[in-house]
Design a protein around this ligand. Structure first.
Ligand SMILES: Cc1cc2nc3c(=O)[nH]c(=O)nc-3n(C[C@H](O)[C@H](O)[C@H](O)COP(=O)(O)OP(=O)(O)OC[C@H]3O[C@@H](n4cnc5c(N)ncnc54)[C@H](O)[C@@H]3O)c2cc1C
Length: 450
């Protein structure tokens, strides 16, 4: 047993755990992160494959919080930061077998073939629609405020791009909190956005809003934070198998192989299922609420081609597939357009996604079958000829937590149950946001709230 208890033991070295640890360390607490696997990063996994830089999890994140910049600067990673090619602002949507750019301006919106004249006119009614009286799904909210066309051709593909989720099941309040807040605060999405822009002009710029990644891939970020925490700050190969609250108001963390560690406080930064296992003996109500959070499987498929094998100019972020197209692949990123050094000279890298809430069962497919289905879908859309020169399939059996209807009640149940266990906290992507940037912001807020 370690003789001096830690101020904080963090369970899980995904980006949530690493961020919590770093911001706590900055407040002068003694902190150590315990990670079950042999490497840090959790979902942030990057690897070199025949000269292509393959992201198995997130490819980038949106810098929509200044906590991200603070962490990147603080751990000395500014020199490794990559900002997405400005062409990445163009995002395509599949409609009628062709890729159509999402409009970026009012004129673009008026001209786009993505929505009919009726669908565009329907938006004019938005400022006059009242607030909802009960919790709504994302689909019900968008249908009510913006109309069905907007749901089908803009929001549905967006939700599948971020959550690999089903807008009919996700809670608008939990999954798209910023959009919900516009209605709650201003009574209108359009009116609220205009007011926010005007307020932004008065109060100065917000976080950069840039799409960012790192030289060497997103795993560089996780490794950089772990390096800054130092060898005493992170233990890999250390799966916490149980927690016990014992004498002197200390928590004991037990491991399969190594001796027990004591800490004044513990932060669980693991998946909902992982947290449920540890909490089942201590707070069964919290464990059942955690088990009710669905996690559909997603396959991330990286495909490398010689440039001349792909007819499409790949001049954008990538494309998303609305459910109504009846195409199984959820969408694809033009990875080598977005960031440098993703593909060898004269080659391109695409990263496609299959599965999610829309197509359950991807985890049961072989890698060859997943690749076959993705190529079947991508070939006519992008004008691909021949076979890929590089392929890499990663299946995440429990990929992304779904903030479905009732999610916020589930989180409240968890928090109430944990309030009876002093010094035990949770911070992970199943609460308060799923993006890498959200996880970092939550880490800073956690440390800041102490
Ligand atoms: C395919 C895919 C693509 C994505 N794309 C994007 C994107 O483009 N942009 C974006 O911003 N976000 C993206 N995300 C979401 C984002 O990557 C995740 O939400 C985020 O990385 C989750 O971080 P986390 O630390 O909360 O959890 P995790 O990354 O799951 O980390 C949890 C860690 O806890 C460890 N652990 C579990 N149990 C124990 C235990 N008992 N003891 C010790 N350690 C334990 C695990 O091994 C793991 O390392 C994507 C996610 C997926 C799956």
């Amino acid at each position: 047993m370690t003789d001096k208890p830690l101020d904080y033991a963090i369970v899980g070295a995904g980006i949530s755990g690493l961020a919590v640890a770093w911001f706590l360390r900055r407040c002068q607490y003694s902190v150590r992160v315990f990670e079950a696997s042999a490497q840090v990063g959790g979902t942030l996994q990057s690897r070199l494959c025949d000269g292509f830089l393959v992201e198995q999890g997130p490819n980038s994140t949106l810098e929509n919080t200044d906590a991200l910049g603070a962490l990147i600067q603080g751990v000395g990673l500014a020199g490794k930061l990559q900002v997405a090619n400005p062409a990445g602002k163009r995002r395509y949507i599949l409609r009628d077998h062709a890729l159509t750019p999402l409009p970026l301006s009012a004129t673009g919106f008026l001209m786009t073939p993505l929505f009919s004249a009726r669908g565009k006119l329907r938006l004019c009614a938005e400022p006059f629609i009242g607030r909802a009286s009960a919790e709504e799904s994302v689909a019900a909210f968008v249908r009510r405020r913006l109309g069905s066309e907007f749901l089908d051709w803009a929001i549905d593909p967006f939700i599948s791009g971020v959550y690999a989720g089903d807008p009919e099941r996700l809670s608008v309040r939990a999954a798209t909190a910023k959009v919900y807040a516009l209605e709650a605060q201003y009574g209108s999405l359009i009116g609220g956005m205009v007011r926010r822009v005007l307020q932004g002009r008065r109060t100065g710029p917000a976080p950069t809003g840039r799409m960012i990644a790192f030289a060497g891939g997103m795993q560089t970020f996780a490794r950089g934070v772990a390096d800054a925490l130092g060898p005493e700050g992170v233990r890999t190969g250390a799966q916490v198998i149980s927690l016990a609250y014992g004498s002197r108001d200390l928590w004991g963390l037990r491991f399969a192989e190594t001796e027990e560690v004591q800490a004044r406080r513990v932060v669980l930064c693991v998946s909902a299922g992982g947290a449920a296992e540890l909490l089942a003996p201590l707070a069964p109500e919290a464990a059942s609420a955690l088990c009710a959070i669905p996690y559909p499987a997603v396959a991330s498929v990286a495909l490398g081609f010689r440039r001349e094998q792909v007819r499409h100019p790949l001049d954008g972020f990538g494309f998303l597939v609305p459910r109504r197209c009846g195409v199984e692949t959820l969408g694809a990123l033009f990875s080598s357009t977005l960031f440098p050094d993703r593909a060898p000279l004269g080659h391109v890298l695409l990263t496609a996604f299959l599965g999610g809430a829309r197509h359950a069962g991807v985890a049961a497919l072989s890698e060859a079958e997943i690749e076959r289905r993705v190529l079947r879908d991508l070939t006519p859309i992008l004008g691909i000829t021949g076979t890929p020169v590089m392929r890499s399939v990663t299946v995440w059996p429990r990929a992304i937590p779904q903030y479905e209807l009732g999610h916020l009640e589930r989180i409240a149940v968890i928090d109430r149950a944990l309030a009876g266990l002093p010094g035990l906290y949770t911070r992970a992507n199943w609460r308060d946001g799923i993006s890498v940037a959200d996880c970092v912001r939550n880490g800073r807020e956690f440390a800041g709230a102490l």
